[in-house]
Design a protein around this ligand. Structure first.
Ligand SMILES: [Zn+2]
Length: 177
């Protein structure tokens, strides 16, 4: 591997890979990309997939490999590892990622707090953690908090469809996980 390929270059290359289910976000914006590190002659990219069983993972892996090849690493020196624990949560979406969502008219997921000891008001995630969204969902267009859920499922399973009662515009909200 040429010396010129620094760790920063490798990370930046992998970080450009778009998420197939949630454009315009990249896998770095979503927090799927965990690490890019050299081990001997190899580059090991670690990712934590989002929603379990997501068929997009294969697309993400080949996207990562292509990006690192473009950065100057031979394809047989690249390995992508999936790490499933700790499980991904929407809290890993970066501030940049939340901003990109809002700018494309999608309401970002609320942050989650551990909600132990508050039965009746908790959500149970796939990993069994009991966590509760903080704050209100607001319209990405006008910021109004007067919104109505129209459908639990929108264009993809990870979003629900809302309508703003102030500007009457429908919008997608990324579900908390
Ligand atoms: Zn609105």
């Amino acid at each position: 591997m040429p010396e010129i390929v620094t760790d920063e270059v490798l990370w930046a290359a992998a970080a450009t890979v778009p998420d197939p289910e949630m454009p315009p976000l990249t896998i770095a914006d979503l927090g799927i990309l965990r690490s890019v590190e050299r081990r001997g002659d190899s580059v090991v990219v670690t990712i934590t997939p989002t929603y379990s069983g997501c068929p997009a993972v294969d697309m993400i892996e080949s996207g990562v490999i292509d990006a690192v090849v473009d950065a100057g690493v031979a394809v047989d020196r690249i390995r992508v590892e999936r790490v499933l624990a700790p499980a991904w949560t929407t809290d890993w979406i970066t501030d940049d990622g939340r901003r990109k969502l809002a700018e494309s008219g999608i309401s970002p997921p609320r942050t989650l707090a551990d909600a132990s000891g508050q039965p009746g008001s908790v959500s149970v995630t796939l990993s069994g953690r009991r966590r509760q969204p903080i704050g209100d969902i607001s319209c990405p267009q006008c910021g109004s908090k007067t919104v109505t859920e129209l459908s639990r499922f929108s264009s993809t399973a990870c979003k629900s469809l809302y309508r703003c009662e102030s500007c009457r515009e429908p919008f997608d909200h990324v579900k908390e996980l």
